[in-house]
Design a protein around this ligand. Structure first.
Ligand SMILES: Cc1cc2nc3c(=O)[nH]c(=O)nc-3n(C[C@H](O)[C@H](O)[C@H](O)COP(=O)(O)OP(=O)(O)OC[C@H]3O[C@@H](n4cnc5c(N)ncnc54)[C@H](O)[C@@H]3O)c2cc1C
Length: 468
């Protein structure tokens, strides 16, 4: 039996980051990957958020098109709005705004690349630090001595021993199950995400999409669908919790690609379907049961994807780093008990991931009630939103009359919109501004402001100018 200081199951972004840090900490480290190479078994593409460059600058500066030819950065994201008849009734294009505080977030919204390139790239940093990577190795069980976890067993029956095992084995984590940390995700904790991978010539993508790298299709007839552009192709996918699908998820994905507007886009881009994939992705209000004696769960295995839109690579890397640091300390102090490893929770809560989950429940709820509820909410939200936007340019009536017309029509949505705002928007706003509420709601301050506001209101109806 081979002995190590730390065993990591999975060589996705989380596992490789954990292996890199563990090796840097001087631990004898091994990490296992069931695929023939890291990334082989993962969803083929991904968008990387700028926070990765902010948190891991010394690493991310080495991600170049030479290493990762599929890379494509984009400063624009497009939001399409599709109504109940399947028409694209509007879209909004967004660039990083002036309030964005750091580079490269000021320059681009997302950096997209294929996992088949990204995952091996990040794993190499771990092996360069001295971690041993075993590919084509499925871990099938955990080793136990006197009821305590002390290693893993692979499909060939080979045993590997270590005081700490990190579960970085993704959505269907064997480590989570075998350690007793979790049996199964509840149906509203896990999404299934089918996606098409299209090939398109890079010259066409550049000509037609320009600086766009990402689009979201908000819709009344399918859950929000994302489109991510790479150097020579793009992905179109959508997800929802398992208990929300009333038809095969592919039925809804096909609704996207069969939109007339979408078919025109495919034609213009000269795009051809290359692959259909389907993957599971945990989506939680808050991660729980992340550790026990000798075991820590990170990334998808621990339920760390973002509670709003399930960005998962950055959380996997952050939790991988924190887990390896906590493991190194526990091994040095020869205490790998659940109590000692609870430092993992303490530490990740102090990171940007902890901050994200502070409003986890409210973010999760609003996503569930809006883009994941096409029939119930998006069916009235989209026409209401379009009516509001309709005022920007419309000369069907004198402009003042047009504004009154819009206001009166928007009022008709209030029976649906007001309860929605009360139930989902207010709690989110209250949570986000929790620490500022005292200042904002200071009654004395409000009293001094009130007369100023009253002054702004017209005292009596003014005479029309032609009657003056
Ligand atoms: C369709 C889709 C699109 C997504 N798009 C994005 C995106 O654009 N941006 C983003 O940030 N996130 C995205 N995500 C989420 C992201 O993919 C995950 O959150 C992220 O990969 C989690 O990293 P991880 O290292 O925890 O797990 P994974 O990346 O799942 O890695 C786990 C690894 O463990 C291996 N493994 C599993 N079990 C075993 C075993 N028993 N023995 C040995 N090896 C094992 C697997 O082969 C895999 O390589 C997307 C998810 C899906 C499904």
């Amino acid at each position: 039996m081979k002995a190590y200081d730390i065993i990591i199951v999975g060589a996705g972004p989380g596992g490789s980051m954990a292996a890199k840090i563990a090796a840097e900490e001087g631990l004898k480290t091994i990490f296992f990957e069931r695929g023939r190479k890291p990334g082989e078994k993962n969803s083929s593409g991904c968008g990387l958020g700028p926070r990765m460059w902010q948190t891991f600058p010394d690493l991310m500066k080495y991600l170049t098109p030479e290493k990762c030819p599929s890379m494509r950065a984009g400063s624009a994201s497009r939001n399409y709005f599709v109504n109940e008849e399947g028409r694209v009734v509007g879209y909004i294009m967004a660039h990083p705004t002036e309030s964005v505080s750091y580079e490269p977030a000021k320059s681009w919204i997302t950096m997209n690349c294929y996992r088949s390139e990204f995952d091996p790239w990040i794993a190499e940093f771990a092996t360069k630090e001295g971690a041993e990577l075993k590919t084509s190795r499925l871990i099938i069980d955990l080793l136990k001595e006197e009821g305590k976890i002390c290693g893993v067993v692979d499909e060939r029956g080979e045993k590997y021993k270590a005081p700490i095992v990190i579960g970085a084995d993704g959505a269907i984590s064997l480590v989570a199950k075998k350690s007793g940390l979790r049996t199964k995700w509840a149906q509203d904790q896990i999404t299934i995400v089918p996606q098409y991978d299209f090939h398109a010539p890079s010259s066409k993508i550049d000509d037609i999409m320009g600086d766009e790298a990402l689009a979201v299709w908000w819709s009344a007839i399918f859950p929000a669908s994302y489109q991510v552009f790479f150097h020579d192709g793009f992905h179109q996918g959508l997800g929802n919790w398992l208990n929300k699908w009333d038809k095969n998820p592919l039925f809804f994905l096909n609704r996207v690609v069969n939109l007339k507007y979408y078919q025109r886009l495919l034609k213009n881009l000269d795009a051809k379907p290359r692959e259909l994939q389907s993957h599971l992705l945990p989506w939680l209000k808050y991660p729980y049961n992340t550790h026990t004696d000798g075991v820590i769960l990170i990334g998808d295995a621990g339920g760390f994807p973002c509670p709003l839109e399930a960005e998962g690579i950055y959380p996997a890397m952050v939790t991988g780093k924190v887990a390896a640091e906590v493991a190194a300390e526990a091994i040095t102090s020869e205490d790998v008990s659940k109590n000692a490893l609870s430092k993992f929770d303490e530490q990740w809560k102090k990171t940007s991931i902890g901050e994200e989950f502070e409003a986890g429940e409210e973010l999760y709820n609003i996503w569930k009630a809006l883009p994941f509820s096409p029939k119930e909410t998006m069916s009235w939200f989209i026409p209401m939103f379009m009516d509001l936007l309709g005022g920007i340019f419309d000369w069907s009536q004198p402009h003042a009359k047009r504004v009154r017309q819009i206001a009166s029509h928007v009022k008709s949505y209030m029976p649906q919109a007001l309860p929605f705002i009360m139930k989902y928007v207010f709690p989110l706003v209250a949570k986000i501004f929790e620490n500022d509420l005292d200042k904002m709601m200071d009654p004395q301050k409000l009293m001094t402001m009130l007369p100023k506001i009253m002054d702004l209101l017209p005292k009596k109806k003014k005479q029309r100018r032609d009657q003056a």
